[in-house]
Design a protein around this ligand. Sequence first.
Ligand SMILES: [Zn+2]
Ligand SMILES: [Zn+2]
Length: 334
Amino acid sequence: MRAAVITRLNSPWEFQELADPVAGPGQVVVRIRACGMCFSDVLVHRGHWPVQLPIVPGHEPVGEVVQLGPGVTTLRVGDRVGVSWMQRGEGRCVQCQSGRPVRCEHTQTWMDLGGGYADLMLAWETGCFLLPEGLAYSDAAVAFCAGYTSMSGLRNADPKPGERVCVLGVGGLGHMAVQLAAAIGLETVVLTTSPDKAEYAEELGAVRGIVTGDDPGKALADAGGADIVLATTTSAELVSKVVSGLRHSGRLVTMGVTGPLQIDDMMTLLFKQCSIKGSTHNNRADLVEVLQLMAAGKVKPRVELFPRAEINDVLKRVEAGQVRYRAVLQDDSA
Ligand SMILES: [Zn+2]
Ligand SMILES: [Zn+2]
């Protein structure tokens, strides 16, 4: 099979012919149809993520099951599936025994089996999710990191009916977070530094796109504040400052990998009894919920499609923040 391989950090990814994977017990082989690209891929490329090289990256993969390993019972050859980042716990720790393999310290990921920028991908059966009928591969791919991260962030904030959500930053994650929060009936506003994104946020379902300068906390407070802030930006400064826009008992959930946070507004944090939480892919049900909302037409990712052969150009575009709003690499048959 042909695959894009990271052989050295900060160097172009190489296309190589690799041996076709063979499904072992509990595993399947997926013929990849599409795979989205995320800022985490840039972090892997730069060496900010601990991976063993060489490696095939790609963690928003979707395609068709073409081979079942021994003992696979829930999937069939021909099933349309996507594969999540965390696929299987080691089974015996407290988290695994509690039914939360994504929290296992020894969870198996694309870093163990190889990712989705390849013709074929090996995956654990337990890491596969059936795609709803009619959902295009190019859209479905975005559910597997951007959608999953956003929905887990929202669910981790424990939203109550009538609460107001603010999404900070409109990129791959943020454009999904806005739609997801609005789709489950929450009043949603957006904070962004760019006027065109503020306008676009209203098309995505936000009641208001707020353009902020360098003080997003004040901008949000002036606009009525929020019970939940979903921070999807990689700017530590914006995340640190947005605290001032939280309402009483507000929750700031940060999902982007930023530098150190420095909270200046301790008065809001203390006297409004706010909390700050990190979040990533959590309950399996969160991803299923995203897929269902997409299939119902309530959430639609905005994607730019590219042939896989252009992967190095796409990586540069993602790194430069030029993609609106998610880049998806397609296989040659697309
Ligand atoms: Zn990702
Ligand atoms: Zn475990």
